[in-house]
Design a protein around this ligand. Structure first.
Ligand code: MV4
Length: 503
């Protein structure tokens, strides 16, 4: 095992990785921007190095400064987290060329999966089902039209350099194809500097289900089951769960085998995710993500495996010491992403100081976050404040547990997504497992607060802030009453603290 790990990230994922390293007796180095001097992740590491101004392009995306921090601290491995440099083949290569271990797959693997048409070709060759369509970019609109006629309308035009939905165009009829093709091409050039566009059959109401895989440097690959990630908005996942309500043992095995084949086809090392679209019992490869994902905890809770610990072990060259038959799944896990976004205001990012915070506790509850009272949430970074994750014996119990945990959750400061999640947990279609990637659009009430709800929320929030201020005052200036005792302070007038809990 290596001796000192540098975590090239911030926020909850930096803390997650630093925690695993500590438990394994590995030394830790955090990096941070000027704005993040007092950020929580800095305190979870043995050492910290400042790498530049607040803007990510000047700090967390600066390969040179991160490698310099590793050199100065004597780190021998680098974990990229997710986002930032996690899927940059040039970063993985630079880390290796500096003589350090990159905690992730080989640069060639990252590259192979970055080009979507190349990925489709490799998956097709490996026997992994891909969405029907072409596996080379269309030369021009006429070629795209010929492909579309063959596939059958509606079709989806996609950018080969894409991912995340940029440059995608649904085309319903032959008449509309040429214009859509030129638009998709322009968008792809603007977004990726590469106008290659290909054509797929359009799936109208699929689910997004992905398989977690883990590979070592000795050719062993296992899958750790699926995550259902259909509840999303504009390609931002909001709720994830494991297992999916639509996969039985046979379905899980089939998708798992396809994912392992996909991983083997690119000599996958480390933790990765193979994404599929699922519709009416059929599934097709969509993309492969060559990183640890935000939603990895739901897999950890149902498998009992520490994915970050395994990432570190296989990066150090240790073999997986278990096979597919040893992977067992128990119970049901759900994750809600608590983002600093206003769910009743189009999910616009929100900023401000965290004034009051109370995190859920109790059986089966996990919080992976990077939040504390006094922290300033800015627009510089991802709006993810933390993830609330629960584990229970079955799906109904997990929903009830998440609803309970969300009622305990109190955050006053920036607007945040907790109210949205409370509504999802109370939603009948969610309870029935009737999900698709259109779930949020199909249930507009999830993103509109009921009038009573906002009044109660405001009252609760105001009470919580007053209580917080009163507590601070008590801690700093206890006043003696005339009888010689300590006065309880102004919070007394607010009634019992339990009455202040946000809805
Ligand atoms: C699709 C699709 C429907 N049919 N492909 C969106 C992002 C990109 N990675 C792939 N995406 C999609 N590809 C076909 N042939 C619908 C989507 C899609 C989607 C996929 C997964 C998760 C969320 C999504 C939201 C909108 C559209």
């Amino acid at each position: 095992m290596f001796e000192k790990l540098l975590v090239a990230n911030r926020g909850e994922i930096a803390i997650r990785v630093l925690r695993a390293a500590r438990e394994m007796g590995i030394g830790t180095v955090a990096v941070h921007s000027e704005a993040d001097r007092l950020a929580p992740h800095v305190r979870f590491a043995d050492e910290a190095v400042e790498i530049g101004p607040a803007a990510s392009a000047e700090s967390y995306l600066r390969i040179d400064r991160i490698l310099e921090a590793a050199r100065r601290t004597g780190a021998d491995a680098v974990h990229p987290g997710y986002g930032f440099l996690a899927e940059r083949a040039d970063f993985a290569r630079a880390v290796e060329e500096a003589g350090l271990i990159f905690v992730g797959p080989a640069p060639e693997t990252i590259e192979a999966m970055g080009d979507k048409t190349a990925a489709r070709q490799r998956m097709q060759a490996a026997g992994v089902p891909i969405v029907p369509g072409i596996v080379d970019p269309a030369e021009n609109a006429l070629a795209a039209l010929a492909a579309a006629e063959e596939i059958g309308f509606p079709v989806l035009l996609k950018a080969a350099a894409g991912g995340g939905g940029k440059g995608m165009r649904v085309v319903e009829t032959a008449d509309a194809l040429e214009r859509a093709f030129e638009a998709a091409r322009r968008e792809a050039v603007a977004a990726f500097g590469d106008g290659s566009v290909y054509v797929e059959r359009y799936l109208a109401r699929p689910r997004h289900i992905e398989i977690q895989i883990l590979g070592d440097a000795h050719g062993n690959v296992v899958h750790l089951g699926e995550r259902e990630c259909s509840i999303q908005r504009r390609h931002q996942k909001l709720v994830e769960e494991a297992p999916s309500a639509v996969l039985d043992e046979a379905g899980r095995a089939a998708m798992g085998i396809a994912a392992v084949r996909a991983a083997e086809a690119v000599d996958y090392r480390g933790a990765g995710t193979v994404e599929f679209l699922w519709e009416n019992g059929e599934f097709w490869f969509l993309e492969m993500n060559t990183r640890l994902q935000v939603e990895h905890p739901v897999t950890e809770l149902v498998t009992g495996l520490d994915l970050v610990a395994w990432q570190l072990r296989v990066a150090a060259g240790e073999p997986l010491e278990f096979g597919q038959a040893d992977v067992r799944m128990t119970g049901h896990a759900i994750e809600c992403r608590i983002t600093a976004e206003d769910p009743d205001g189009g999910f616009l990012p929100s900023t401000g100081r965290i004034e009051h915070l109370r995190l859920p506790e109790g059986p089966g509850v996990r919080w992976d976050g990077a939040m504390e009272v006094g922290l300033d949430v800015s627009l510089h970074y991802d709006p993810l404040l933390g993830k609330l994750i629960v584990h229970a014996p079955d799906r109904a119990a997990a929903i009830a547990r998440m609803a309970r945990a969300l009622r305990e959750f109190e955050l006053v400061g920036p607007d945040h997504a907790a109210a949205f999640h409370r509504r999802v947990m109370a939603n009948d279609a969610f309870a029935a497992g009737d999900l698709s990637i259109r779930f949020v659009d199909e249930h507009p009430a999830l993103t509109e607060s009921a009038p009573a709800e906002s009044t109660v929320a405001r009252a609760g929030a105001t009470a919580a802030v007053l209580l917080e201020e009163a507590r601070r005052e008590r801690r700093t200036a206890p006043r003696l009453s005339s009888a010689g005792g300590v006065e309880l302070g102004p919070w007394r007038s607010l009634g019992h603290p339990a009455g202040t809990s946000a809805p």
